[in-house]
Design a binder for this molecule. Structure first.
Ligand code: IMP
Length: 201
């Protein structure tokens, strides 16, 4: 049985990525939880030293929980391609370089894949809740789909314009946010978190 989340105490969002913060705020809105961002509290971003999404989400959530003395929620996510054996994967943010240039990161993915016939791609998302006593609860989900190139659409963030989820015709970058939330890796992991840690809502 997972540890439950108290609704009367603010939750620290342990992310400094504006695209993710917007999406997590959208997903949390119906639950009326008060949230504070890690940046607002002046918490530093820890180094992501794990080699998987769940490990890195736990590192970020624990650092924020210990640094703030409050329950913290962290997201570690990334874009993965079958042709590159899962890359960029946990290195998705790093492929954009110090200037966080995702047009460059997407072009690098497309260049490395070239005309490889396997166009399967997926987004992965790990969400971790951490309490100041070191307890964590983690959730993981994927959204399967196909690469599209050249990139399409200006919504969303990161690699959204080069991904078409299974069964859709629009890329994540072309979808209004509500449509992305209906199918996304982040929304799926979030649904697991709510079912486990806020089951009465
Ligand atoms: P990290 O979790 O902070 O290591 O960064 C993950 C990176 O993966 C982000 O900077 C984005 O580039 C990418 N990413 C994660 N989720 C999404 C998404 O929903 N859309 C587009 N890109 C994403």
């Amino acid at each position: 049985m997972a540890r439950l989340l108290a609704q009367d105490a603010p939750l620290v969002l342990a992310s400094h990525n504006p695209g993710k913060l917007t999406e997590i705020a959208d997903l949390l809105r119906p639950y009326r939880l008060e949230v504070i961002s890690a940046a607002h509290l002046g918490l530093p971003e820890p180094e992501e030293t794990a080699d998987d999404f769940v490990g890195n989400a736990q590192i970020k959530a624990l650092a924020a929980a210990r640094g703030s003395g409050r329950v913290a929620l962290a997201d570690d996510s990334g874009f993965c391609t079958a042709a590159l054996d899962g890359a960029p994967g946990v290195f998705s943010a790093r492929w954009a370089g110090p200037t966080k240039d995702f047009a460059l990161a997407m072009a690098e993915v497309a260049r490395r894949i070239g005309d490889h016939p396997d166009r399967r791609a997926w987004f992965a998302c790990a969400l971790s809740l951490a309490w100041p006593d070191g307890h964590t609860e983690s959730f993981f989900a994927r959204a399967e789909g196909q690469l599209c190139w050249p990139p399409r659409g200006a919504h969303g963030f990161g690699y959204d314009p080069m991904f078409v989820p299974l069964g859709a015709t629009l890329s994540y970058g072309e979808m209004p946010s509500a449509e992305k939330h209906a199918v996304s890796h982040r929304a799926r992991a979030f649904a697991q978190l709510i079912a486990a840690c806020l089951p009465s809502i």
